[in-house]
Design a protein around this ligand. Structure first.
Ligand SMILES: *[C@@H]1O[C@H](CO)[C@@H](O)[C@H](O)[C@H]1NC(C)=O
Ligand SMILES: *[C@@H]1O[C@H](CO)[C@@H](O)[C@H](O)[C@H]1NC(C)=O
Ligand SMILES: *[C@@H]1O[C@H](CO)[C@@H](O)[C@H](O)[C@H]1NC(C)=O
Length: 186
């Protein structure tokens, strides 16, 4: 029994230090949409700090102060996921991002979702103009709380991206990466 708990603790606390895998998990989702203007996201250490601080509060709700916490970004979005340790250990970070991005549920032409509760979460994961993300994770009793913050957030009511050939409509000056995402060349 006690060794089981040690394993669970180690698994979860390790994930606290690999927030960059959330960057990759998001870029994988973003490169599979058929969008023509999808930016690649990169890690923002500031957003990561904000997300981690909120995760450690262990309240299963969105950050009430999100609009005032970033010194860099005016417009920050958020996705949260609160689940038991047992479930987290089955789904891992990939399952958390999957839970936010039920692609099959979204109808581009009507800009609506079958699974209404997930529409905003999905649109935030694949919002074309978003370029920075930072995620945090904390163990809260017998639950794991994951928080990701996004900037810019974009308009949640609008379609999240333009359809068309890959990188056909990247922002001026951006290049097309091998994964079909638009990025600023160094
Ligand atoms: C967390 O909040 C969501 C949304 O309000 C709710 O559906 C879910 O049951 C909550 N989870 C727990 C473990 O409280
Ligand atoms: C949000 O900001 C208010 C006012 O500054 C503060 O009292 C409150 O503790 C903050 N809440 C969180 C969850 O950070
Ligand atoms: C690119 O996006 C703009 C709007 O941002 C749109 O007017 C234009 O038609 C798009 N071009 C292509 C090739 O999709």
């Amino acid at each position: 029994m006690s060794s089981l708990w040690v394993v669970l603790l180690v698994t979860v606390s390790l994930s606290l230090h690999v927030s960059s895998d959330f960057v990759e998990l998001h870029n994988t989702k973003r490169s599979n949409t058929g969008a023509s203007n999808m930016n690649k996201v990169r890690l923002s250490p500031e957003l990561q700090m904000i997300a981690q601080a909120h995760a450690e509060r262990c309240e299963n709700k969105t950050n009430p102060n999100l609009s005032t916490l970033s010194k860099t970004f005016k417009d920050v979005g958020e996705n949260i996921h609160f689940t038991t340790i047992e479930n987290y250990n089955m789904i891992k970070d990939q399952g958390v991002v999957n839970a936010w991005s039920k692609v099959f549920s979204y109808h581009y032409s009507s800009n609506t979702c079958i699974d209404v509760g997930y529409c905003e979460k999905f649109k935030q994961v694949v919002r074309a103009e978003t370029e920075f993300i930072g995620c945090g994770q904390a163990m809260c009793g017998s639950n794991v709380f994951t928080v990701c913050n996004y900037a810019p957030r974009g308009n949640p009511n609008e379609r999240p991206y333009l359809r068309g050939g890959i990188c056909n409509n990247c922002t001026a000056g951006y290049s097309c990466d091998t994964d079909g995402l638009c990025f600023v060349p160094c």
